[in-house]
Design a protein around this ligand. Structure first.
Ligand SMILES: [Zn+2]
Length: 284
């Protein structure tokens, strides 16, 4: 039986196809670097970088032009801060877009000298979507002693960070320096850089900065407690085990748990993780 042409059906089909075409917006990684750089996602991330830079500067975690911030956008690119600018003074036009090989493909061509460090972490651990590097005084002081802060003293620190790693010294800005963190990036979200500062990775820029706050506040408290002249009392072992169970549930890496723990997806939503972060930070 031959089909009879139906102008109404044809018109509906034509409109439907036009709507589908209009909705077929390319994902950022499918666009050119300049399209990615101009996307709404990039605009929001630039704002988050700028806000975070101001927080680092106001908290005195950076000095001069020190410190740097980056985040992944899509699968192929990284937004990062520029070189030679105070983290308190970043403007949207200062932000750089790099590919995963370190080539600047859009935005400010003068990237941070520590982009190599950030790229090594992103390539080694896909869970790292944002990185903050800075020089908070108390945490950096521990890096000068060659000893990370002690563990088992404050539950929030155990949950969000735990045993911080200590990477050996190399000249900042070099590929050799960037590779010093590689032994640690699976089981540690927070790494002390010997005689230099700290680097933290997380799922968002804001969460990476919160890790710095939690670390710095903890290191400061340890220093103060050490001056009281009494032995520090650790959290009882059974309670520490409960804390680590919660940490496993939240999906945070920890060298005391299995080395594959960082590949395990958290059992909770990012909103719940965000709520836990906010509770901790509000107490700092
Ligand atoms: Zn530095």
């Amino acid at each position: 039986m031959s089909q009879v042409a139906n102008p109404v059906t044809d018109k509906v089909k034509e409109v439907f196809e036009a709507v589908v075409d209009a909705l077929r917006v390319p994902k950022p990684e499918e666009g050119t670097p300049s399209a990615v750089f101009r996307s709404f996602e990039a605009e929001a991330l630039r704002e988050e970088i700028i806000r975070t830079g101001r927080k680092l500067w106001e908290r005195q975690y950076v000095d001069g032009n020190g410190g740097n911030i980056s985040c992944r956008i899509g699968g192929e690119y990284v937004l990062c801060t520029p070189t030679m600018i105070s983290k308190g003074d970043i403007a949207p036009a200062d932000i750089c877009l790099s590919d995963m090989s370190g080539n600047i493909v859009a935005g400010n061509p003068h990237r941070t000298s520590e982009l190599l460090l950030h790229l090594e972490i992103y390539r080694a651990n896909p869970r790292a979507r944002a990185i903050v590097h800075c020089h908070p005084p108390y945490a950096t002081a521990f890096s000068l002693t060659g000893t990370p802060p002690p563990c088992g003293l404050i539950s929030e620190y155990e949950i969000f960070i735990g045993p911080a790693a200590l990477a050996r010294f190399e000249t900042p800005g070099t590929q050799a320096f960037a590779e010093t963190v590689l032994p640690f990036v699976q089981d540690h979200n927070t790494i002390l850089l010997a005689n230099h500062g700290v680097v933290c990775w997380s799922d968002t820029i804001t969460h990476a900065e919160w890790l710095v706050e939690i670390l710095e506040s903890y290191c400061k408290t340890c220093v103060i407690a050490g001056q009281i002249g009494k032995p520090l009392i650790p959290i009882p072992e059974p309670k520490l085990k409960e804390i680590l169970d919660l940490k496993r549930h939240l999906g945070f890496p920890d060298a005391r748990m299995s080395s594959s723990s960082s590949d395990v997806s958290p059992d909770v939503s990012s909103a719940e993780v965000d709520r836990h972060f906010r509770e901790v930070v509000s107490r700092l």
